[in-house]
Design a protein around this ligand. Sequence first.
Ligand SMILES: [Zn+2]
Ligand SMILES: [Zn+2]
Length: 319
Amino acid sequence: MKVNLHGVRGSLPAPLRNNEYKTKVAEILRLFTHSTHKNSGNLKDFWKSLPNHLKYTVGGDTTCVSVESRQGACYVVDFGTGSRVLGDGLVPAILSSNQLFELNVFITHTHWDHIQALPFFKPIFFPQVKIRFHSPYPDLEERLIYQMKKEFFPIEFHDTSSQKEFILFQPGETLEFEEGRMKIEVHPLKHPGNSYAYKFIENEKIFIFATDAEFTGDDWEYIRGVTPFFTGSDLLVIDSQYTLDESFAKFDWGHTAYTMAVNIANHWKIKNLALTHHEPSYDDKKVYGIWEESQEHAKALGDSKLKIHLAREGMVFKL
Ligand SMILES: [Zn+2]
Ligand SMILES: [Zn+2]
């Protein structure tokens, strides 16, 4: 399967600010002036030599992930602002398809940053599209209708042309798709108003998406209890919104410090860990600093097997 990250920012969209852009460009030009690549004109090698926070931006869109199966089926998790880009990308396939275009979507929870771009997800406006909404929330349909009431958006939820179906999906159940080739499970997370992790299993590879979630040093009993769900996953994309200090200041806000994300990934014997739901007030330099420190932290734990990634918009993992 292919896992595509379309939105990795937590809580609120956080576009690259003008002053951050200017600082990045100025620093790149300064490094170029002192670079050995200046005379050779080898810009590719110069670019490779730059620190990550200058080479990339993690992106400002809120949560959206898509999973593409080996057979080409598309599964979507959440409709943060990253889903606008995903939806635009699906339009050509919808237009060229001469049969019903089916999308299975999974909702972690309905905080704004996870549903706010549903009205801008173009596939909901096509009558040849059928969207199946899966979640453990019996009132999900009412919640989505509510967010698109006339007071908030010009087109109401059921005035969009796509076909829609709501499927209650409870922890303990396994849903099978594509004649059993893709299996999906769901698990509750600790978060104000609840949130759920989704586990995708295809061809013995496991991907788990787990945000929003708060894991603290007080939660080890819970962490040990949920070990069977998480253990050994090939890729875990997890909430790691805060630095350790900030997680103490924002205790009970529903998010996790990157150090704790590494601790639990180590305990669950995760192979690849991707840190996501980045705090909107952190710039690229700070977020990439967190990534470096998380790798140091894994080393200090003696975990040489855990590979840590920093979730970035447009990132693709092939499992
Ligand atoms: Zn969130
Ligand atoms: Zn939330």
